[in-house]
Each structure stands twice: as structure tokens, then as C-alpha cells.
Write a new protein. Structure first.
Length: 94
């Protein structure tokens, strides 16, 4: 019901999977109950989608990305400019 109301009101929905999802400027976090393929729709195209836990690029120059997640898992993705993510990583000492 809430998803339908949000869609009707024009709220951007990142995923149809029904997972717990958090989104902020440049970050998308998801916690799954069941595993499997997930497709995420971003509100605008980004240069890079980067998995912050697995330290790998998931997609480039896209508005949509797809991943396969295990059951009962949490993932966190950076979504934005590739150069900004690289500079942030260098500055963190990682």
C-alpha cells in the first residue's frame, strides 16, 4: 500500500524488491531478507556505482544497476562521480 501511494505521489522508488533500503546523496544501502538478483533505478545517471563493502565497481555511466545479493545481507553503494570516489578513498588512508 505504501509503495503504491509513494509511486502515485511521484516519489522515486529505487527498487521493487521490498528490501529495507536507505538512500542519501551519493549512497544507496540495502538489507535483504531473501537473496537473489536486485535491480536498482537511480533518480539520475551517475559515472560510477561502487560497492563499498566489496571494494569494486559495479557499473559505470548508468541510471540502473543490477547485483546478486545473498539472503540476510547488507550492501552499501557509492553512486556518483568516479573521480570524487577515488579522491575520497585516497583521503581516507585506504
Amino acid at each position: 500500500v505504501l509503495r503504491g501511494l509513494a509511486r502515485f505521489s511521484g516519489v522515486h522508488l529505487y527498487s521493487e524488491a521490498g528490501d529495507v533500503l536507505y538512500a542519501a546523496r551519493g549512497l544507496v544501502g540495502v538489507h535483504t531478507v531473501s537473496g537473489g538478483k536486485r535491480v536498482f533505478q537511480l533518480p539520475r545517471a551517475v559515472e560510477e556505482v561502487y560497492d563499498l563493502f566489496d571494494n569494486k565497481t559495479v557499473a559505470r555511466n548508468t541510471k540502473t544497476f543490477q547485483v546478486t545479493l545473498p539472503p540476510v545481507s547488507t550492501a552499501l553503494y557509492y553512486t556518483g562521480a568516479a573521480g570524487l570516489r577515488a579522491a575520497w578513498k585516497r583521503g581516507s588512508g585506504a
